[in-house]
Design a protein. Structure first.
Ligand SMILES: O=C(O)c1cc(=O)[nH]c(=O)n1[C@@H]1O[C@H](COP(=O)(O)O)[C@@H](O)[C@H]1O
Length: 271
């Protein structure tokens, strides 16, 4: 998917919501547990209930890989079920020496039809470059993450700058805002303004609202750019909103609350 197509979808739906399909078999409601295809059935119901409210789905591959072949099959069926116009993210956090990253890119962009993949930048340019060679596909590189461990490396100084600042300024030269995004945790509010200064034009994938306590308001007010430039992810807060038979309706309700708040911030952008 091109940047322009993504921006058009955000405008049309008045949403920059990314629903995270971190589908944990132990949290699937009891009535679906015995279904032979429980993960896919759960995802299908979530997608049907939220697809008009979000512009992206993020499939966290760990939750599928944990089930071996059956999990990969559920992941493939899920990504193929997502409507074409919705931006798909393989949250796989890959990155290795060049020829290995080339195989990861084939796995997620050719064998599976994802629009994008999350990538760890630690191994440098040759580990990220293979993901940037595909037209209409994206690498989403970890910038400043939402977790506590962000302070172990990302928020350590290397000379004058934090390591994450160096990652943003260096990695942004490897691709363009047309094929490269950054992961910025919603819990890192003090850094949002600075982050936007370093990378004014890029889209950010922003996890950490909902279950991790980050604020949609903070990221929206401090880090939107003229094209919105944000995909805000919530996983558990949406897909396990009820944990019961009415899980899809409950997911829709929470997704709608996010979307309605997003519409307000988008309106401000246009006025
Ligand atoms: O790359 C990610 O998606 C990611 C980066 C980060 O800094 N923090 C983070 O939580 N994530 C992912 O975003 C999702 C957050 O899930 P919830 O906390 O349930 O909304 C999970 O799939 C995480 O793996």
């Amino acid at each position: 998917m091109t940047r322009q197509q993504l921006v058009e979808q955000i405008k049309k739906k008045k949403s920059y919501l990314c629903v995270g399909l971190d589908t944990d078999i132990t949290k699937i409601p009891a009535h679906l547990q015995s279904h032979p295809d429980a993960i896919f059935e759960f995802n299908k119901a979530i997608i049907d209930a939220t697809k008009d409210l979000c512009v992206s789905y993020k499939i966290n591959t760990a939750f599928y890989e944990a089930h071996g072949l059956k999990g990969w099959e559920a992941m493939q069926k899920t990504v193929e079920y997502i409507p074409q116009e919705i931006f798909t993210i393989a949250d796989a956090k890959r990155g290795d020496i060049g020829n290995t990253s080339t195989q990861y890119a084939k796995a997620f962009f050719e064998a599976l039809p994802f629009d994008s993949i999350t990538v760890a930048p630690y191994m440098g340019e040759d580990s990220v470059a293979p993901f940037l060679e595909y037209n209409g596909k994206w690498a989403i590189v970890l910038g400043l993450t939402s977790n506590k461990g962000a302070s172990d490396f990302e928020l350590q100084k290397t000379g004058e700058a934090y390591l994450y600042e160096k990652v943003l300024s260096t990695v942004s030269k490897w691709g363009s805002p047309e094929n490269l995004m950054f992961v910025i945790g919603a819990t890192q509010a003090e850094e949002f303004t600075n982050i936007r200064k370093i990378t004014p034009d890029h889209f950010y994938l922003v996890p950490g609202v909902g279950a991790q306590g980050g604020s949609l308001k903070d990221i929206s007010e401090k880090a939107m750019n003229k094209d919105c430039g944000l995909l805000v992810n919530a996983s558990r807060a949406i897909i396990y909103a009820s944990g019961k038979e009415d899980f899809a309706d409950a997911a829709r309700k929470v997704a709608q609350e996010y979307q309605q708040e997003m519409a307000v911030y988008l309106d401000r952008l246009n006025n």
